[in-house]
Design a protein around this ligand. Structure first.
Ligand code: PEP
Length: 250
């Protein structure tokens, strides 16, 4: 049975003190949540303190990005080894903000995926079409291309370390959510695409999260769809009560 997962991407929000407050609120509110794995992704400077703060809790920690190289002259960058050395075993790769503002291409993401997997890390691989792609009815083609070019070089055995996050760019931080039907339609397409390139068993086992303006008010109807296994949450993950409500929406 594939896992239900709710992951909170804090982006460039929360300093050390604010992160500490959010984490202690989350720990008390999420203690009762069962039925979904919960992950938080704070910024780099808060990763180590978050790992410490969450010891003994059922909340996992993810990084928001990492560099593809093992080490070297890459000023300002963070490696997989650095992440795992502070107890971080999961990384978000391919977020649309990394693609749009930092020029991350499918080819670069393929390298990052390889590095993360080589370090035994779990990857939350993000992808999704822009508004123009949907308007021109190219959204399936765009999503298929992102998957095939950024991820489908991995071996079948590596899929156990992959979580997918379909995030239509037009729904991220805009308040506009894909309808549950639109999410389901795309998630079913993604599963079919995996089945065609790999196996039905791999397609059936991989968790596919939806991301894009998920809130307590709309989470339950989106998560109720057959091929939606949870959410990657941005804005609403910054509030402990709202995030706990989303995590409890299954
Ligand atoms: C995201 O950035 O991954 C995201 C889904 O953001 P939001 O929930 O704010 O739309």
């Amino acid at each position: 049975m594939r896992k239900k997962i709710v992951a909170g991407n804090w982006k460039m929000n929360k300093n050390l003190a604010d992160a500490g407050t959010l984490l202690s609120d989350l720990k008390s509110k999420l203690g009762q949540v069962s039925g979904a794995e919960v992950i938080v992704a704070p910024t780099f400077t808060n990763l180590q303190s978050t790992v410490e703060a969450l010891k003994g809790s059922n909340i996992q920690v993810s990084a928001q990005n990492m560099h593809q190289a093992e080490n070297g002259a890459f000023t300002g960058e963070i490696s997989a080894d650095m992440l795992t050395s502070v107890g971080v075993q999961t990384v978000i790769l391919g977020h649309s903000e990394r693609r749009a503002y930092f020029g991350e291409t499918d080819a670069l993401l393929a390298e990052k995926v390889n590095t993360a997997l080589a370090h035994g890390m779990k990857v939350i691989f993000c992808f999704g079409e822009e508004l123009e792609d949907r308007k021109s009815e190219n959204h399936f083609k765009v999503v298929e291309g992102q998957l095939k070019n950024g991820l489908f070089h991995i071996e079948a055995s590596a899929w156990k370390n992959i979580v997918l996050a379909y995030e239509p760019v037009w729904a991220i931080g805009t308040g506009e959510t894909a309808s549950p039907e639109q999410a389901q339609e795309m998630h079913a397409f993604i599963r079919k695409t995996i089945e065609q390139s790999y196996t039905a068993a791999i397609a059936e086992e991989v968790s596919i999260l939806y991301g894009g303006s998920v809130k307590p008010a709309n989470a339950a109807e989106i998560f109720a769809k057959a091929d939606v296994d949870g959410g990657l949450i941005g804005g609403a993950a910054l509030d402990a009560e709202g995030f706990a409500a989303i995590a409890g929406s299954f």
